[in-house]
Design a protein around this ligand. Sequence first.
Ligand SMILES: *Cc1c(COP(=O)(O)O)cnc(C)c1O
Length: 342
Amino acid sequence: MAYIILNKAHYFHNLDILCAKAGGKECVMAVLKDNAYGHGLEEMATLASAYGLRRAAVKNLVEAHSIVSYFDEVLILADHPPMIEVSPKISFAVHSYEALAQFSSSTGLHLGIDTGMHRNGVREDEIEKALTFIAQHGLNLKGIYTHFRSSDELSSEFYWQRSNFEHAREKIQLLLNSLGLPHVVFHAFNSAGLLRTSSLKGDDFARCGIAMYGYSTLDSHIAHPELKPVLSLWAEKLSSRILKKGERVGYGGLYEALQDECISTYDIGYGDGFFRFDGSKPLTMADGSKTKGRMSMDSFCLGGEANSVCVFEDAEPLADAFNTISYEIITKLSPFMKRIII
Ligand SMILES: *Cc1c(COP(=O)(O)O)cnc(C)c1O
């Protein structure tokens, strides 16, 4: 059966780098959304917590419930307010002023500030209104955050957004005092933002996703320490056969043997969340072997007869081959595949 190997030493290596930059283990929130970027939510939560991280972020309440026992706080980034009472360790990102009205006073909130991405968050001119609403309704404000739209790009945009957030922070701190609201945490940096800076500049922690898993999305001109991919994907052989000269394999018969050759079929397909290749050109496995023909829902073909093959141990070349980003290659991997931690 196809499986995923998670390399604990690589993961801890990446966390060492991120925690050193952020200023300690308490200054990194592990972003474990979307099944920990496809790595496996429970597995990565166990490792993050064993390393000593105390905060995590996930996509929704279902994910939060499955890992809340490992952390002091789990922040939900993209879900709607619950109808039920949730654990005091679970808090929600709030994406607009209007959304505030949907939360009960017991639910922990992190208020998003729109500092230039214009995807989510409260605009600077709505901050006072939002904090006043929070004070009047006795809402449980725990944090203030923003998100960068271009932290990996070689441009001034990142610095522009950061200064917008610093400006907002000063204003918010004054308002918290005057409204009698308690101290809250501030956070803005994602992986790329953290990798390109040397300190959190007054923030309490960084929210790190992709870099924990071993990938940098930073522009190649921006120096950063070497990260190590955590995940490798392995397929196992279903069958071998001799393809005679002139015979063609798979849907559409796209690959034709130019001479008699041994080929094998392996147990990963696009049904497992791997990108479907259409057979117009071969895809290269980690050991250099090339695919033959088109990928099926549950299988694909290679030359040779090895019992197992490492499909990839670095998502970057695949991301290039499929004209996407490493995030998408790893995040799509089926949660039903077995995960093995080594
Ligand atoms: C996904 C996400 C992150 C993590 O981003 P990386 O680039 O993977 O580090 C941080 N903050 C928010 C709000 C996110 O949605």
